[in-house]
Design a protein around this ligand. Structure first.
Ligand code: GLC
Length: 527
């Protein structure tokens, strides 16, 4: 597998740092907490750790509102802690990826404080200011993802400023050369320190229409969906000029050896793949969220894999994501039994897999009462992301071993049974399944470098082969609850089940017909 870069070979693991491990008892996770747990990650077999933002921030959006791009929030620790973490992670053969939030700053960032001080301040143009319409209303109809208008009126200077998210997150003006220069300098600061790359927040948002045209109504809007989706963000996101910035970011990252540029992009496949860059000079990995946004149905999943494979530009490396801190957890979306099938899918498809912390334990969303919501999205529009951000469950100890203090979000009720310690000791646990799948992926080049060939199976089955250097593997997944069968005659071979979502299946021989129980998945080494 020497032909592949680490970010092609490896598995990425996302840590939401507030919720991973708390070393000082303040109820919020921190860098020293992560340091104490890196051994767990190495043993799980992941290759890279991406940490959600740890920069100084007023925490209006829990770190996605940055007030200083080149320091660490004291809540999480210090620059020295981060240096130590980079060192430890590298010593264990892993990589460290930081979250980079370039679309907006905090409203408490010194730039914004200056910008809003007067219309003539030299930082004014770092942000997006517009006059009111004659009737005093906002300059256009653009909506904030978190509800309401995307424009907030500034009394002092008598203009509106644009914010795709909270008013506390004013968008930067990426058409301004000095904004770019400063942000690239911040990237270099972390690259110099030794981090291995970035996951870039809302990359497709960076440039907005120069004429500020109104967004059109969304003809497919259905009642009950988030208010933001009543309009199509045709002019506020995914503008042609964004690619120049993506290319520039890629160049910054490439000033250093072996670093990666990952982009957070929620777009249909046909648009998503353009973020690889016209000449392979864009993001290494534009995050592919198909497994999150699609209904969990065999026909939809199989079609999406084919569409994605076909749409990838030459040389582009695929990737798949099962969960993150903005989405309901996979075990809640599709149930625990199917979550095992999903793990098998994620870790055997062609492309870099990204795991969300705790999904390897089968953590589920933790119900949280509206009056206890922390997440601004929950407070504003009722769609709280808190349930998927609860503390990591390490053991049956108090607070699941996450903190000795009072956790910032409640620990799930099931922590005495669902935790790392218990699951490590149980060969049938979700964690043991993840460990087997990751180990197989690491040991068998077919799963990284192999060809991917779909098998038309029909019904609830998703099936495909992976093949490399004469070794052929079949992956067969039953996305339904009823037993199903797959004929292997077209493959011209039988084989042996090497990993099953149910451990009992391991070692079984299969010949012409492969029988799958409901919610069953198997990986077969073909003869
Ligand atoms: C991204 C982050 C999300 C955040 C938003 C605004 O979507 O993943 O958590 O709220 O950007 O920064």
């Amino acid at each position: 597998m020497s032909g592949q870069a680490w970010w092609q070979r490896g598995v990425v693991y996302q840590i939401y740092p507030r919720s991973f491990a708390d070393s000082n008892g303040d109820g919020v996770g921190d860098l020293r907490g992560i340091l104490e747990r890196v051994g767990y990650l190495a043993e799980l077999g992941v290759d890279a750790v991406w940490i959600s933002p740890i920069y100084p921030s007023p925490m209006a959006d829990f770190g996605y509102d940055v007030s200083n791009y080149t320091d660490i929030h004291p809540l999480f620790g210090s620059l020295d802690d981060l240096r130590e973490l980079v060192h430890r992670v590298h010593a264990l053969g892993m990589k460290l990826i930081l979250d980079f939030v370039p679309n907006h700053t905090s409203n408490e960032h010194p730039w914004f404080l200056e910008a809003k001080s007067s219309r003539t301040n030299e930082k004014r143009q770092f942000y997006l200011w517009q006059d009111a319409k004659p009737d005093g209303s906002p300059p256009n109809n653009w909506l904030s993802v978190f509800g309401g208008s995307a424009w907030t009126w500034d009394e002092t200077t008598g203009q509106y400023y644009y914010h795709a998210f909270l008013p506390e997150q004013p968008d930067l003006n990426w058409r301004h050369p000095e904004v770019r220069r400063q942000m690239y300098a911040a990237m270099r600061f972390w690259l110099e320190l030794g981090v291995d790359g970035f996951r870039v927040d809302v990359l497709w948002h960076l440039i907005k229409d120069a004429e500020w045209r109104d967004n059109p109504p969304n003809p497919d809007y259905r009642a009950g969906e988030p208010p933001y989706t009543t309009l199509l963000p045709a002019y506020s996101t995914d503008q042609p000029e964004v690619f120049e910035i993506v290319r520039e970011m890629r160049r910054v990252v490439e000033e250093y050896d072996g670093r990666v540029l990952i982009g957070e992009i929620y777009l249909p496949i046909s648009r998503l793949v353009s973020y690889y860059g016209a000449a392979g000079d864009g993001a290494h990995l534009p995050f592919n969220f198909q497994l999150i946004v699609l209904p969990w149905r065999a026909s939809d999943i199989a079609a999406a894999v084919s569409e994605y494979e076909a749409a990838l530009p030459p040389g582009a490396w695929p990737n798949w994501v099962l969960g993150n801190h903005d989405q309901a957890r996979i075990a809640t979306r599709i149930g625990l039994r199917q979550a095992r099938v999903a793990a098998m899918l994620l870790l055997t498809l062609r492309g870099t897999p990204t795991l969300y912390y705790g999904d390897e334990l089968g953590l589920r969303d933790v119900p949280i009462l509206p009056e206890q919501y922390q997440d601004p999205q929950g407070k504003n529009i009722g769609l709280s992301r808190d349930p998927a951000r609860t503390p990591m469950q390490w053991s049956a100890a108090h607070n699941a071993g996450f903190t000795t203090g009072r956790p910032w979000l409640p620990v799930a009720d099931d922590y005495e049974h669902v935790n790392v310690e218990r699951e490590l000791a149980d060969p049938d646990s979700m964690l043991s399944l993840y460990r087997r799948l990751i180990a197989l992926r690491r040991s068998e080049p077919a799963f990284v470098a192999g060809h991917y060939r779909p098998i038309v199976a029909g019904g609830d089955i998703v099936a495909y082969t992976r093949e490399h250097d004469g070794r052929r593997w079949l992956v067969a997944l039953n996305l339904g609850g009823q037993p199903a069968e797959l004929s292997l005659s077209a493959l011209g071979a039988g084989g042996e089940i090497v990993v099953g979502t149910s451990r009992q299946r391991q070692g079984q021989r299969v010949a012409e017909q492969l029988a799958l129980a409901g919610d069953d998945g198997v990986i077969v080494r073909l003869d």
